[in-house]
Design a protein around this ligand. Structure first.
Ligand code: FAD
Length: 288
C-alpha cells in the first residue's frame, strides 16, 4: 500500500477561541505535508470576509497551498467574481466552486436575481479567467436535488466540461459508495480526478444528522456500533478504527488522495493519517 496524498478542510473562525482552534489544527496538520488546506464558505455566504482572511493567513503562515470555497448563494455575479478576485489578490488561486445550499430554511435553491443560477455558470466564469485551479463537489450517495444517480453523474460531467480540474466528494460511510461512483463516473467518460471526502466522526449524533441532510447513506451497523460504543465510552476508538479502515480500503483500491473534513479538530484526522503511514515531514513543519 502506498501512502495517499492528503488535504484538509477547515472552517473560518468567528471568535478568538475558534481562531486558536484553527491555528492548533493548522499546526498539527501542516507537518503532514498536505496537498492543500481548504477553507469553507459559511452557508448563505455568511463568512465571505472570514473565509478570505483565514485562507490568506493560512497560506502565508503555512507556506502551503490553500483553496478557498466559494458559493453562488445570495450574491450577484459581480459580487461573487469580486470575491474570487480578492482570493486571488491574497495569493489564493485555488477555489472550491459550489452552488451552495438553499437559504433561510427554504426547500429549494433559489438563485440571487443577478447571481449565478448554478455551479456550472460559476465554474465557467472562473475558468474563463484562466488563473484558478477549480475544484468542485461530487456526491457518491447522490445529491438530494438530483433526479437520479445518472443525473447526478451527468451533472458532475458538466462541471468538468465547464472547466473544473478536480472533484472532492461529500463524505460517505462505506467504501462501496465511492468505488461504485468512481466506476459510474469512468463509464460516463469522466477522466479528471475525484478525491474522496472523509469525515472522521468526532460526534456521532451530529454526523448522523448531517448525513441525513446531505443524502449520505447511514448503514444500520453503524447505528448499532455507535450505540454500543457510547454505552462503553469508546466512541473515539471506534471512530479512529472505522475511519482508518475506510481509508485503507480505498487506498487498496487505488485511491491515491484523500480529503479530510477536519471540523477544526485535528486529533482524529492525524491519528488516521498516521495509521495510513502519512507521518510528519519535518521540512514542511513550518507553521510558526
Ligand atoms: P451542484 O453539483 O451544482 O448541484 C447538486 C446536484 O443538484 C447535482 O448533482 C445535480 O444533480 C442537481 N442540480 C443542481 N443544479 C442543477 C441544474 N441546473 N440542472 C440539473 N440538475 C441540477 N456548502 C457551503 O455553503 N459552503 C462550503 O464551503 C461548502 N463546501 C463544500 C465542499 C464540498 C467538497 C462539498 C461536496 C460540498 C460543500 N458544500 C458547501 C455543500 C454544497 O454547497 C451543497 O452540497 C450544495 O447543495 C450543492 O452544491 P454543489 O455546487 O456541489 O452542487
Amino acid at each position: 500500500m502506498t501512502n495517499p496524498a492528503v488535504s484538509f478542510e477547515v472552517f473560518p473562525p468567528k471568535t478568538v477561541d475558534a481562531a486558536f482552534k484553527l491555528w492548533d489544527t493548522a499546526q498539527a496538520l501542516a507537518p503532514l505535508a498536505p496537498r492543500f488546506f481548504s477553507v469553507t464558505y459559511g452557508a448563505g455566504g455568511t463568512t465571505r470576509d472570514l473565509t478570505h482572511d483565514a485562507a490568506h493567513v493560512l497560506r502565508r503562515t503555512s507556506g502551503l497551498p490553500v483553496s478557498a470555497h466559494l458559493t453562488c448563494v445570495g450574491a450577484s455575479v459581480a459580487d461573487t467574481m469580486e470575491q474570487a478576485e480578492k482570493f486571488h489578490a491574497a495569493g489564493v488561486t485555488d477555489i472550491v466552486a459550489l452552488r451552495g445550499d438553499p437559504q433561510n430554511g427554504e426547500e429549494r435553491f433559489a438563485a440571487h436575481p443577478e447571481g449565478f443560477k448554478n455551479s456550472v455558470e460559476l465554474i465557467e466564469a472562473l475558468a474563463l479567467q484562466d488563473k484558478f485551479t477549480i475544484r468542485v463537489g461530487a456526491y457518491p450517495d447522490c445529491h438530494p436535488d438530483a433526479a437520479s444517480q445518472h443525473a447526478n453523474i451527468q451533472y458532475l460531467k458538466r462541471k468538468f466540461d465547464a472547466g473544473a480540474h478536480e472533484a472532492i466528494t461529500q463524505f460517505f460511510f462505506e467504501p462501496k459508495s465511492f468505488l461504485r461512483f468512481r466506476d459510474q463516473c469512468a463509464a460516463a467518460g469522466i477522466t479528471k480526478p475525484i478525491v474522496p471526502g472523509i469525515l472522521p466522526i468526532t460526534n456521532w449524533t451530529s454526523a448522523r444528522n448531517f448525513a441525513t441532510r446531505c443524502g449520505t447513506k447511514i448503514p444500520a451497523w453503524m447505528e448499532e456500533a455507535y450505540r454500543a460504543a457510547e454505552r462503553d465510552g469508546r466512541t473515539e476508538l471506534l471512530s479512529t478504527a472505522l475511519c482508518a479502515e475506510l481509508c485503507s480500503a480505498l487506498v487498496d483500491e487505488g485511491v491515491d488522495a484523500l480529503h479530510f473534513y477536519t471540523l477544526n479538530r485535528p486529533d482524529l484526522t492525524r491519528d488516521v493519517c498516521r495509521a495510513l503511514g502519512v507521518t510528519p515531514q519535518t521540512a514542511l513543519s513550518n507553521v510558526a
